[in-house]
Design a protein around this ligand. Structure first.
Ligand SMILES: [Zn+2]
Ligand SMILES: [Zn+2]
Length: 205
């Protein structure tokens, strides 16, 4: 799968939600084959999917368009410091999440499946790890692994939970002075594995 449009690598946006829209059977009306996935970035801000009258047109609604009477709305939010995706379902539209009927508001996480008529939306995140010099905002903060505060000369890894860990490169100082806290392999804040891989954290089989 091709990665979404390149964005500048910034530590502020290490990971963001995407919907992978799977058309199960749309008769090929728009040229999409069944099972093909369309990537739909979610956030920041509200994303609306026009679901049409009979056959869903799973297209993002332009931000300045008139409010669609029937649209699924998605908005990334933070709950207790963790990212989540809120879905608002219009009245009268039957939507299932992982096979169960969903209330008007649902909180989605990675690998959830939203079933809507003859389409499935897979929830995932695109991760683009940041490894580089600390930003002004990082400086003075303490590393959760070694408690040493970040100075301008170090190199850091930013987790998708926004935890910042030392990731100093060999050769930049004597080995015994190197702070390589990200090499522990697990983020102490969110317990996710430290991964330098760019791409979707989940894709449906
Ligand atoms: Zn550290
Ligand atoms: Zn983390």
């Amino acid at each position: 799968m091709t990665p979404p449009t390149e964005n500048a690598i910034t530590p502020e946006k290490v990971a963001s939600f995407f919907l992978l829209v799977e058309a199960l059977d749309n008769g090929g009306a728009d040229g999409r084959r069944a099972g093909a996935l369309t990537e739909l970035p979610c956030g920041p801000g509200v994303v609306e999917l026009d679901v049409g009258d009979t056959s869903p047109r799973l297209e993002p609604v332009q931000p300045d368009a008139a409010v669609a009477p029937e649209a699924l709305r998605f908005e990334p939010i933070q709950i207790a410091g963790r990212d989540a995706l809120v879905m608002a379902v219009p009245p009268g539209l039957e939507v299932r999440v992982n096979g169960r009927p969903t209330p008007r508001l649902a909180i989605l996480d990675v690998a959830d499946q939203v079933q809507l008529r003859d389409a499935v939306l897979h929830v995932t995140r695109f991760r683009k790890p940041y490894v580089g010099p600390p930003t002004p905002e990082h400086r003075g903060r303490r590393c959760p692994v070694c408690s040493v505060s970040f100075d301008a000369d170090t190199r850091v890894f930013v987790c998708e939970c926004n935890a910042v860990l030392h990731a100093e490169e060999q050769g930049t100082k004597p080995d015994r002075d190197l702070l390589q806290c990200s090499s522990l392999g697990t983020c102490p804040d969110c317990a996710r594995p430290v991964s330098m891989t760019t791409g979707f954290v989940y894709t449906p089989e």
